[in-house]
Design a protein around this ligand. Sequence first.
Ligand code: BTN
Length: 272
Amino acid sequence: MDNSSTADWFQDRIAAAITPLLPGFAVEAVAEIDSTNTELMRRARAGRVEPVLLVTERQTAGRGRLGRPWQSGDARQEASASLMFSLGLPLAPADWSGLSLAVGVSVAESLDPSGAQKVGLKWPNDVWVNDRKLVGILVETALPANGRPDASRYLVIGIGVNIGAREADGMRTPPAWVHQWRPGVSAPEVLGELVLPLVRTVLDFETRGFAPFAERFAARDVLRGREVTLSDGTAGLCEGVTWGGELQVRTDAGLQLISSDEVSVRPRGMAF
Ligand code: BTN
């Protein structure tokens, strides 16, 4: 059965913009898949490490951070109710810390360049508006295939953006969606706006690390100055993010730097 997407995702235009930065880059659009991240990780493990963007209309087993499932918009709604895609490419930064935060900066700035919509960042890389979740980001890496001698890994960045209105049912954080301030914009249009800045961000991160993104993260940090609770029970005042991308929490025991991806953080009073 043909699994090609019936929507026009502007594949040619995206490929033309990205190929000068990532030679050999391809854009693939499928109607349905288990998970765009799972598919690109599968390919990497099988030795397919070419730069690619994979977008889909439906995921049957979408994945979120910390092993959680990621539910896209109601399948009974139009397919463009949410945007789900993964970008895969080999990357060899000297230090990987802060990459997922830099990705969040790129996505938040693309969705709300002026900051007028209060699109913010909730460490490490959720995109929130008024304590509601607009975008989820899942960053994964696979070891280089076939024992490549360089220090590169295959990076997979999965992004899910709520485009149309959706119910909060079963979600830890109630949703926000792009149509709240841009009614009528389509998932392919939003994809077209996100991809080039995202690729530039990743390549910039590869050479310069997180430091150039730290102030831009701080400008949209929704936790800084708020009391927070961590999933390991720690509580304290959030003092923002370091130049290495760690979360700073002032607790009774002193300043704690949180870097673990396994820890979840919430503003005090919001349930885990
Ligand atoms: C999170 O908030 O926990 C991360 C959610 C990431 C969802 C996107 S949708 C496209 C890509 N494929 C997946 O299975 N997950 C990511």
